[in-house]
Structures are given as structure tokens and as C-alpha cells.
Write a protein that binds this ligand. Structure first.
Ligand code: SF4
Length: 215
């Protein structure tokens, strides 16, 4: 078992989940620094295994970013969640970058002790035995796809090398297609809607947090 001494975190913030099954739900997001499919430096994007990333995961200089010891990360997360008791449960989304490069048993254990419902958003390249409450896998067509089960499969669309028909045989509860946010975004939205219309159970997922102007 790997125990981390420090976690490199790009940012921690409270917002609404804007994508997929939990859309609209309030959550604290921990965005871990670093990804195994791109170093985040623009001039290397074209050569990267994943080249349509729309997230800044480089360094620790975002809102509440830093290098955290476990106890400080938990403290900061609770502080950001705040004391509002009106929510049924505390919801946390571990995202990145690729969170599985850093998330470990200790972090999960401590978050559970504080009654967080823990969601993971991963690119699916790293298999894990860690127990989360909700797992979202978003595979990338040029990278190896190793984590093939979870709660949500979220495919950024189009990625022609991902076989969407075969993917329906995998053990996921929900299947989402999300339009790729590149220079063809409008066209990608239309393609996504058209595909979902005729290929159930694929369902469109939009990044509503962006329309709302939140993170
Ligand atoms: S895998 Fe995710 S975080 Fe990494 S470069 Fe691709 S979209 Fe960005």
C-alpha cells in the first residue's frame, strides 16, 4: 500500500457538478495536479496521448492549491464545504489531471470518516482497488484503457477509435457522450445529440457549469 506524505493539488473549490449523472449537485472538487497522458504544456499538446484537454491541471497555483499533508487536505476540504447543514450529505469529486496518480487508501479513509460521498473522475488508464462511492471513467482513444467498470462511462465525442457499441457490454450503470470542446464544438454537439437519439442508452452530457460561469 502506497502512503503519500504530500498531495499536489491544483485547486480545491465548491461548485456544482456540471457533468453526467450528478449534474446540478453541490460538491467540493479537489483537482489533483498532473496527468499521465499530457504534461499540460501547450507546445506538447499535439504529441500527447490526450490532446483535447480543456483543464488546467499544471502546478499547485490555483484556488486553494498547494502541497498538502493528509490532515491539512482534510481540514481544508471541510473548511471549503462549510457548515451548511441543509445538504443531505457531503459530496466530494476527486478529479484532475489524473487523480489516481495520487489518491490513496488513507485519503479515502479520512474522507469517509468525515462522511463524504466520494466520486472519482479518471481517464481509466490506471486500475484501482480503492473503494469509491461513484466512479466516472472517461477513456481516451490513444491511451490504454484499463479500468473498465464503474458507475458512469463518459466518452468525450467524437473519438473514432472508441467502439461505442462494444462499450455497452462493459459494467457501467450509465453511458454518457460529451461533445468535445475543441474548435468544432458546435458540430460536436450536433453529432452527440444525433448519436444519442438513435443509440440508447447513450445519453448526452453537457458541461453546464461552463454555461453557468462556474468552475
Ligand atoms: S486525461 Fe483528462 S486531465 Fe489528462 S490530458 Fe486528457 S482530458 Fe486532460
Amino acid at each position: 500500500m502506497i502512503i503519500r506524505t504530500m498531495y499536489k493539488v491544483k485547486e480545491i473549490f465548491k461548485s456544482i457538478q456540471g457533468e453526467g449523472f450528478h449534474s446540478g449537485k453541490t460538491a467540493v472538487f479537489i483537482r489533483f495536479s498532473g496527468c499521465n497522458l499530457w504534461n499540460g504544456i501547450e507546445k506538447f499538446r499535439k504529441r500527447a496521448m490526450c490532446n483535447f484537454c480543456d483543464t488546467d491541471f499544471v502546478g499547485v497555483d490555483g484556488q486553494n492549491g498547494g502541497e498538502y499533508k493528509l490532515e491539512d487536505l482534510i481540514k481544508k476540504t471541510l473548511e471549503i464545504w462549510g457548515k451548511n447543514k441543509s445538504y443531505h450529505e457531503k459530496f466530494i469529486v476527486l478529479t484532475g489531471g489524473e487523480p489516481l496518480l495520487q489518491v490513496d487508501t488513507q485519503l479515502i479513509k479520512e474522507l469517509k470518516k468525515k462522511n463524504f460521498y466520494i466520486a472519482l473522475e479518471t481517464n481509466g488508464t490506471i486500475k484501482t482497488k480503492l473503494k469509491f462511492d461513484w466512479v466516472v471513467v472517461s477513456p481516451k482513444e490513444n491511451a490504454s484503457w484499463n479500468l473498465k467498470n464503474g458507475d458512469e462511462l463518459k466518452v468525450v465525442y467524437p473519438q473514432n477509435k472508441i467502439n461505442l457499441k462494444k462499450a455497452l457490454d462493459l459494467k457501467f450503470k450509465y453511458f454518457f457522450l460529451q461533445p468535445m470542446a475543441n474548435e468544432f464544438k458546435q458540430l460536436n454537439i450536433i453529432k452527440t445529440l444525433n448519436y444519442c437519439r438513435s443509440h440508447k442508452p447513450w445519453f448526452p452530457s453537457f458541461q453546464i457549469h461552463k454555461s453557468l460561469g462556474t468552475s
